[in-house]
Design a protein around this ligand. Structure first.
Ligand SMILES: C[S@@+](CC[C@H](N)C(=O)[O-])C[C@H]1O[C@@H](n2cnc3c(N)ncnc32)[C@H](O)[C@@H]1O
Length: 208
């Protein structure tokens, strides 16, 4: 039976950046976002870092956590000894909840727009929970690849409900066919366990 992912969470109904920012403004009040992630058993940060650590063997590698939100991925990265991490997100309300000493730098940026970062800046990019309904679109992968070094890694989730609808299937094929990257891992991860929403988890090595 086909799962109706579109109806699983209220935020999946939103389409504009203004609606999304307002939603996060309310969701962060009294730390509700972080509490909800515990209750929903949102395992994506842990799942992503467990995959990444098999490939990112240098704990000093320079990491960008793109769409870092409240820092849940940064917290997982820290547990495995990674310490050279920057975080970016377009919601100041989410960034305000990032614990201290997780990221070296935190910046408010829109990942759907061209990024101000230089080429080849990062060894690793993580992007977890951010390729989802109304959030960041597949073209953003081009910019994330641009700022990643040759042989660097990009590790991200794509909500199963938008994988084809937003053209991530085609984008991943295109980047593979034009040899922008080699996909090393690609599987359906558990993502939001208590809502039975899965995500594709992809880890790719960048080729330049
Ligand atoms: C579900 S949260 C995931 C946050 C974090 N990575 C985690 O796993 O908890 C999605 C994040 O994407 C951010 N986001 C949505 N659209 C964005 C955009 N256009 N540019 C940058 N961040 C965006 C939101 O502000 C939010 O923090």
């Amino acid at each position: 039976m086909k799962k109706d992912i579109d109806k699983k969470l209220d935020i999946y109904k939103l389409t504009t950046p203004e609606e999304i920012l307002k939603y996060y403004q309310d969701w962060t009040k009294k730390d509700k976002y972080n509490q909800d992630m515990v209750h929903l058993n949102y395992v994506a940060p842990k799942e992503t870092v467990l995959v990444l650590k098999k490939y990112a063997l240098d704990s000093n590698c320079k990491i960008l956590d793109a769409g870092c939100g409240t820092g849940l991925v940064g917290v997982e990265l820290k547990k495995f000894g990674y310490s050279n991490i920057d975080g970016v997100d377009f919601s100041q309300d989410m960034l305000d909840l990032v614990p201290k000493n997780i990221y070296k730098k935190i910046e408010k940026i829109d990942l759907n727009k061209p990024l101000k970062f230089n080429n080849n800046m990062y060894d690793v990019i993580t992007c977890v929970g951010t390729f989802t309904y109304g959030h960041v679109k597949s073209h953003a992968l081009d910019e994330l690849i641009r700022i990643t070094k040759n042989k660097g890694l990009i590790c991200f989730t794509i909500n199963e409900g938008i994988y084809e609808k937003y053209g991530f299937d085609k984008k991943i094929k295109e980047l593979t066919n034009n040899k922008s990257w080699n996909v090393k891992e690609f599987f359906k991860s558990n993502y939001i366990v208590n809502k039975e929403v899965n995500a594709w988890l992809c880890l790719a090595e960048i080729v330049k």
